[in-house]
Write a protein that binds this ligand. Structure first.
Ligand SMILES: Nc1ncnc2c1ncn2[C@@H]1O[C@H](COP(=O)(O)OP(=O)(O)OP(=O)(O)O)[C@@H](O)[C@H]1O
Length: 286
């Protein structure tokens, strides 16, 4: 068996308010894995730990064979991974080129000529060749996300950590961004956190659902959809026996849970499976 890109076991981390991650174990390999979960589930905390931005309180982790609990392992792991954080921390006065070059310097690409060639390569890869001299403040939200992705791609890392990369993008930009992520996942391991079940349906070969700091599901998108098989029905009213139900655009109600006899069953979606894994809690349906 080959060594996985990421091998994490028993990761736990507490903040003052309580446990944000509770005994999370995960192995990740090539391709795009989606991390779904409601607000406060622990997604950012997990991604930060996997990107070595903070250590867990407990648990063991290896990143591309490196142990980030040692200084040497942490430095090596950082050379091998790319991280697109939720707030990329742009300096709006920088141009796209200057920002990515700055990240490349932090990644210790010391030879100026080779570094600049690398910056041009990653900006080209995300379709920003034309905009590289533009100031970040003058770029659209979608272009800024592409700059952040370019920065994460510097040095061709084997492991990419993307924290809600499609948030705030219009549908066309989101589609374009998904293509870039799919491309990035062809020959490396990508972990992507998102609230968008469509991101997972369109991009991911695997999906992990995190809720209240614990892994609630780990499988393929098709397996997540299958969780809702024969558990979704429609009707003229919200079924009081449903775990969760809502009015759809057609005026009909979509109900999830254990259908009553004679219920009009409908084809489940990935979102239905996700909501059922979370126990149909309506506060996470948004
Ligand atoms: N710096 C911090 N100090 C204290 N508590 C924190 C801190 N960061 C996160 N938390 C808490 O830890 C829990 C997990 O937060 P985290 O940001 O990892 O969740 P998330 O799944 O990324 O949420 P979202 O989807 O809203 O970004 C939440 O209860 C949150 O309030």
């Amino acid at each position: 068996m080959t060594t996985p890109t990421i091998s994490a076991s028993g990761l736990s981390l507490g903040y003052r308010g309580g446990l944000a991650l509770d005994d999370v174990s995960l192995r990740l390999d090539r391709g795009v894995t989606g991390l779904l979960g409601p607000n406060g589930a622990g997604k950012t905390t997990l991604l930060r730990i996997l990107a070595t931005a903070m250590p867990p309180d407990r648990g063991a982790l290896t990143i591309l064979g490196q142990d980030p609990s040692t200084v040497h392992g942490r430095v090596q792991a950082r050379r091998l991974l790319g991280y697109l954080p939720q707030q990329p921390g742009f300096h709006p006065g920088f141009t796209a080129f200057e920002f990515v070059d700055y990240v490349a310097i932090l990644k210790e690409l010391t030879d100026r000529r080779a570094r600049h060639a690398e910056v041009r390569r990653v900006l080209d890869a995300v379709g920003l060749a034309e905009q590289r001299g533009k100031r970040i403040r003058a770029l659209s939200g979608g272009m800024r996300q592409r700059v952040a992705l370019a920065a994460a791609l510097v040095g061709d890392p084997g492991f990419l950590v993307l924290d809600e990369p499609t948030v705030g993008l219009d549908p066309e930009q989101r589609m374009r961004f998904r293509e870039l992520i799919a491309e990035a996942g062809e020959n490396r391991t990508v972990l992507l956190s998102t609230h968008q079940t469509e991101d997972v349906a369109m991009l991911c070969h695997r999906v992990v659902v995190l809720d209240r700091g614990r892994v609630r599901f780990d499988g393929t998108p098709a397996e997540l959809v299958a969780r809702a098989e024969s558990r979704v029905w429609s009707g003229a009213e919200r079924d009081p026996g449903a775990l969760v139900g809502w009015r759809t655009g057609t005026g009909e109600f979509r109900n999830l849970g254990e259908p009553p006899a004679g219920a009009r069953l409908v084809e489940p979606t990935l979102e239905d499976g996700y909501l059922l894994v979370l126990g149909g809690r309506p506060e996470v349906a948004a």
